[in-house]
Design a protein around this ligand. Structure first.
Ligand SMILES: Cc1cc2nc3c(=O)[nH]c(=O)nc-3n(C[C@H](O)[C@H](O)[C@H](O)COP(=O)(O)OP(=O)(O)OC[C@H]3O[C@@H](n4cnc5c(N)ncnc54)[C@H](O)[C@@H]3O)c2cc1C
Length: 282
């Protein structure tokens, strides 16, 4: 376990934004996480989906990055701190299918379960059968937890995800190719790997009949591509990515996001909702 005092949260965030935290703990196993946990602590994974505040955080901040996973028949049993891509690759190598659409999504399994991460029609929640959770000092096992679009019972009701059981299936044959194809599409459409950002900034819009309108399409139509405020800009190649052009502050990102929301509201009467987790000291 590593403990840091007064380090900037930007050092732990893919967006490279965020002021100092009084105490940051890097927990590299389930046991380290359990020994660091306290009810008021804030727990993150690899910080790939978060915007930390410029003024920093007073509370203890824990990053759970590491732990173990194993495959048992068609089951994945994994600590929440394991990198999702390690699980995707490991399962494909063992001839298992189910996770191929998620190839290339950065971050940990815990972060993916919290936000029900997904791509190309698959969401991690489709595969999660059981989750071990820490809640106010108690360990619980939740069977078939609730998931919605980029939403979960953990997002709604709290709880620290410690471990999960995922049920995969025997591969039918093309899964490795599908994973390669997904990675290729990401390389084509997303900002280059080193670009500081937190993935798609807004959720896609779900219509009452269940169809989705990509937020990127609406944003493109209001001329978002290339717009900038301070150090934050909209990625010219994909209108739903806000990127840190160098020295962006959380305030720049939020101001830009508000302008984008306003433009979409005025033009289409649609209220965009953030997919990125905007962290505040409550
Ligand atoms: C280039 C890029 C592409 C991306 N593409 C996609 C995509 O295609 N689809 C998609 O869904 N997302 C995508 N994302 C967003 C991000 O990768 C996912 O949301 C990822 O699952 C977040 O994992 P993390 O470990 O980084 O979580 P963090 O960013 O560290 O945390 C995110 C949230 O999860 C909570 N959390 C994390 N771990 C735990 C835990 N153990 N227990 C309880 N809560 C926890 C945190 O409190 C926080 O609220 C992308 C991001 C980037 C930068």
């Amino acid at each position: 376990m590593k403990v840091f005092k007064d380090l900037p949260l930007r050092d732990f965030s893919r967006f490279r934004i965020g002021g100092p935290a009084r105490q940051i703990v890097l927990a590299e196993s389930r046991e380290e996480l359990l020994s660091a946990l306290e009810p008021s602590a804030l727990v993150f994974g690899e910080g790939t989906n978060v915007l930390f505040p410029d003024e920093g955080l007073e509370k203890k901040v824990i990053f759970f990055q590491g732990g173990e996973f194993h495959l048992d028949g068609q089951w994945v049993v994994s600590d929440a701190g394991v990198n999702l891509q390690a699980i995707v690759k490991g399962s494909l190598e063992q001839g298992l299918g189910g996770l191929e659409d998620l190839a290339g999504i950065p971050g940990t399994l815990g972060g993916a379960i919290y936000g029900n991460a997904g791509a190309f029609g698959t969401q991690i929640g489709d595969l999660v059968r059981e989750v071990e959770v820490w809640k106010e000092g108690r360990l619980l096992r939740l069977k078939s937890p609730w998931f919605g679009y980029r939403d979960s019972i953990f997002k709604r009701e709290g709880g620290v995800i410690l471990r999960a059981w995922l049920k995969l299936r025997r591969a039918k044959g093309r899964e490795k190719e599908i994973a390669e194809e997904r990675l290729r599409l990401r390389r084509e459409k997303h900002p280059p790997p080193q670009t500081p950002c937190a993935g798609s900034f807004f959720k896609n819009v779900v219509l009452p009949d269940g169809r989705k309108i990509p937020a990127g399409k609406l944003l493109e139509e209001v001329g978002a591509k290339g717009m900038r405020i301070g150090g934050a800009g909209v990625f010219p190649g994909h209108a739903n990515f806000i990127i840190n052009l160098g020295k962006a502050k959380a305030e720049d990102v939020l101001r830009l996001a508000n302008i984008l929301k306003e433009k979409v509201r005025e033009r289409f009467g649609i209220e965009l909702e953030e997919e990125v987790i905007v962290v505040r000291d409550p």
